[in-house]
Design a protein around this ligand. Structure first.
Ligand code: VNL
Length: 390
């Protein structure tokens, strides 16, 4: 009796040990994805989550034999929440990678946590140039405002736009857009009649647009974050700006594919520059848009979705390179220098800056198959972020 119990106990312990080892080996690879699923930037969260899930559905939830788990958290784009959630994900959930970051203040709040915990942070949305300099553990798959603003400042003076007023959201990406657009536009001989900044939270564009009407520039240049474009467009139309002969030019954040279909005729003809259009005419993009719409009740993917989709690819490819083992430094090294064809076109993660190098397209809003789209008519190839200080 006694002997049998001992043998049983020993067998049990051996089983437990073996099970423990197997368990340790197969602990899932965790991606802590922090997004604004509620609040003013909720469309960004919805787009990126859908894109990340599409990536997993298309590529499987196992990489090099290792199970991958997405741990999604909603920060409502409140930076204090983002920081707290990132801390919890690193300390309690022991995530291997942090990802998401709907707005610049969220990315900035998490940067020190990435550095201290040596956890790679894949920024999929936020687009202020300096973000990648806030931590050597940051890799970006979205874009930067300087990257997309300069092309428009070259296009405008060649197209009868000699004077502008700029109107931007008063925080990181808006200040980048204002500065890089204005500097280049001035360099090209243009005149900037005024620079207006609107608050990020619950902006009222009316008084600003009134001021623009009085100044009567050839064009109004706008940056507002994804989700706010439709309100700008509506008020631009209601105030008769277009009829007063003022053209609207913008970064593609304003004619956001998430909202563009419902913006109406006022959007027709608006010229923007950006890195992604759902109408980008490549086979890879057609496949992406079709699959995304099929999986999401016909929702059209926007540039945020592509940032999320490509961010997942960068994580998967890097995990593959480590043979499923992961490890902060090895993952970060594996992310640097990746080259691939994104739905937006060819892209490259610059190993030096950890920022994305990509094509920037000039686009015009046109009706295509009965729906409004950003139709590309020119391209600047392989544009690096001009905002880097080093
Ligand atoms: C940011 C930049 C956010 C561009 C955006 O949408 C955007 C940012 C939420 O860096 O905060 O379109």
């Amino acid at each position: 009796m006694h002997k049998r119990t001992l043998i049983q106990a020993a067998a049990c312990a051996a089983l437990l040990a073996a099970g423990g080892a197997a368990f340790a080996q197969q602990a899932p690879f965790k991606i802590g994805l922090i997004l604004p699923m509620t609040g003013q930037q909720a469309t960004t969260g919805r787009q990126i989550e859908a894109a990340a899930r599409l990536w997993i559905a298309q590529n499987g939830d196992t990489v090099a034999g290792r199970k991958v788990e997405l741990v999604l958290k909603d920060d409502a784009s409140v930076p204090d929440q983002t920081r707290r959630l990132a801390q919890e994900l690193v300390v309690n959930d022991k995530v291997d990678v942090l990802a998401g970051m709907g707005i610049t203040p969220s990315a900035m709040a998490v940067a020190p946590i990435a550095t201290q915990s040596r956890t790679p942070l894949v920024v999929m949305a936020a687009a202020t140039s300096s973000i990648t300099e806030a931590s050597p553990w940051i890799v970006r798959t979205s874009f930067t405002l300087p990257q997309v603003s300069v092309a428009l400042a070259d296009w405008a003076p060649k197209n009868n736009i000699k004077s502008v007023v700029t109107l931007v959201s008063d925080y990181g990406p808006g200040i980048d857009a204002e500065r890089f657009f204005s500097e280049r536009f001035l360099f090209n001989g243009g005149k900037v009649a005024d620079k207006l900044r609107v608050p990020l939270r619950s902006p009222d564009f009316a008084p600003f647009l009134q001021k623009v009407r009085d100044l009567k520039p050839d064009a109004l240049f706008v940056f507002v974050p994804s989700g706010a474009g439709a309100a700008v467009m509506k008020q631009f139309g209601e105030r008769g700006m277009d009829k007063a002969g003022i053209r609207l030019i913008a970064t593609g954040d304003v004619t956001d594919d998430d909202q563009l279909a419902d913006m109406g005729d006022v959007a027709l003809g608006v010229v923007t520059s950006h890195h992604y259009s759902a109408a980008h005419p490549s086979a890879a993009n057609k496949k992406f848009v079709e699959a995304f719409q099929k999986a999401n009740k016909n929702l059209r993917p926007n540039f945020m979705a592509v940032g999320g989709y490509d961010g997942m690819r960068v994580i998967y490819e890097s995990l593959k390179k480590t043979g499923g083992k992961g490890g902060g430094q090895a993952l970060l090294d594996g992310m640097k220098g990746q080259i691939f064809e994104s739905p937006r076109g060819p892209v490259f993660i610059d190993a030096q800056t950890r920022d994305i190098v990509q094509n920037v397209y000039l686009r015009k809003v046109e009706r295509k198959d009965g729906q409004l789209y950003n139709v590309e008519f020119d391209v600047l190839k392989d544009v690096k972020d001009p905002g880097k200080t080093k």
